[in-house]
Design a protein around this ligand. Sequence first.
Ligand SMILES: C[S@@+](CC[C@H](N)C(=O)[O-])C[C@H]1O[C@@H](n2cnc3c(N)ncnc32)[C@H](O)[C@@H]1O
Length: 305
Amino acid sequence: MLELFKSLADPTRLRLLNILQQGEFTVQELLEVLGMGQSRISRHLKILLEVGLLAVKREGTWAYYRLQPSDPLAERLLPLLEGGFAQLAEAAADRAAVATVLAARRERNQLFFDRHARDWDQLARQLLPTPNYAERLLASLPQSRCLLEVGVGTGGLLQALHSRSEMVIGVDHAPAMLAAARLRLQGAGLEQIDLRLGEMEHLPLETVSVDSTVLNMVLHHASDPLTVLREIFRVLQPGGLLLIADLLRHQDEWMRDQLADQWLGFTAEELLGWGEQTGFDKVFCEILAGAKSEYSVMLTGFKKP
Ligand SMILES: C[S@@+](CC[C@H](N)C(=O)[O-])C[C@H]1O[C@@H](n2cnc3c(N)ncnc32)[C@H](O)[C@@H]1O
């Protein structure tokens, strides 16, 4: 208990807790936000880890720090502290610096997909073999009036989604991917599908405006998946369904560089935990195990109460 309270009696460590409330960050990103040297920050992180306020997720050469109280007292204390973080002198500047780091991550991703729009389908087939889950995904979608696909890429799924809904809206943040999707839809005579440029963290849609949302191999590109789930919760109608198909947690570090992935897939606990935190009800969570060289896929359905 003494160690826990001692760890909190330091302005930099309080700033770190406030920053990590806004997502997971590497030491490098924390250096950018705090404007301090690496050894100083590493020392503070070590102290916060030791008292059970943080967890670190090591993936290959990367280490992501996040708030995760492992001690019951720390668990009760954190929500109390969160109310006081706004009083920190640097709170506003830190929030702005966090926004800059997250914007840089999104920009890197957007540039990647703009560069690879033309060869994306081939690249994905080659580098990301998965079991065929498209039919299972479509069968989980009720017939709806307005369906949203977030992160449409080159639009491979849009045509099939069109058969499940009167109206389909597709959003992606890479203009070149949207252009490829538009071309594909024109070829299929489906120009009525509404394609919009936008970020999954700030969807270009009105509140409570869609019946179903599909995220197919997209959430692992999000800096902060919880923010994305909250944004989808905002645009869904009550009773609406969110369907997420994504990779099950794997260890293939190269995907960060070669496929601009932020997350090496997800565990069911992670995804279901964020769904619950957002206020969704779980409908199902299925794992489609990949054969020899394939990646396993997790298909999850959430319902907005
Ligand atoms: C791996 S591709 C998947 C495309 C498509 N859903 C599919 O399965 O073929 C990921 C797509 O998500 C888009 N994307 C990544 N981050 C995004 C963000 N923050 N907001 C909107 N779209 C994003 C990328 O531009 C890319 O087109």
